[in-house]
Design a binder for this molecule. Structure first.
Ligand SMILES: [Zn+2]
Length: 167
């Protein structure tokens, strides 16, 4: 039987290896599967072959209390705290992406430009939240763009001078 074939009973052995040590990097990004492989590739290029992930619709936007609901923020911040404290995460990479359905749902009348501005604002706020709650944690922020049939990333500088654009 080929190793990638799932037995009718459900028995299956993955071809990738298993390492019992926790990764030391955490990627916080949206659940949107159109970007998953690209995000993992970016993290590998940044030197993180293995990573913990925190994926929810809206991704790092949920770490900005003033942009999301109390319940969503509590879930996301508690999950991040658990991973940082219990898995020994030392670096977090926060990623927002173009065409995010969560933000379109949150801001149905906003233009793509305004949504992008809000996402960048949320990235800055999420970075600040993690820096405040987890001193010593290194945080990087990126924005993913759909470019034809590719995904391209741009680093979002910490000192972004973007205004707060909210509904
Ligand atoms: Zn999304």
């Amino acid at each position: 039987m080929a190793p990638h074939t799932v037995d009718p009973t459900g028995a299956f052995t993955a071809s990738c290896g298993y390492d019992g040590a926790y990764p030391d990097a955490l990627a916080v990004y949206c659940s949107d599967g159109r970007f998953t492989e690209a995000v993992e590739e970016l993290l590998r290029e940044l030197g993180h072959a293995r990573l913990d992930t925190l994926t929810m619709p809206g991704g790092p936007g949920l770490l900005n209390l003033w942009s999301t609901g109390l319940a969503e923020h509590a879930v996301a911040s508690n999950a991040a705290r658990f991973l940082v404290e219990k898995h020994g995460i030392v670096k977090a990479v926060l990623l927002a992406h173009e065409g995010c359905g969560y933000y379109r749902w949150l801001c149905p009348t906003a233009s793509p430009t305004r949504i992008r501005a809000r996402q960048l604002d949320d990235l800055h706020a999420a970075r600040g939240f993690l820096a405040d709650t987890h001193p010593g944690l290194a945080v990087e922020t990126f924005y993913a763009n759909a470019s034809g049939d590719r995904v391209s990333f741009e680093r979002v500088a910490a000192e972004g001078a973007l205004g707060c654009v909210r509904k």
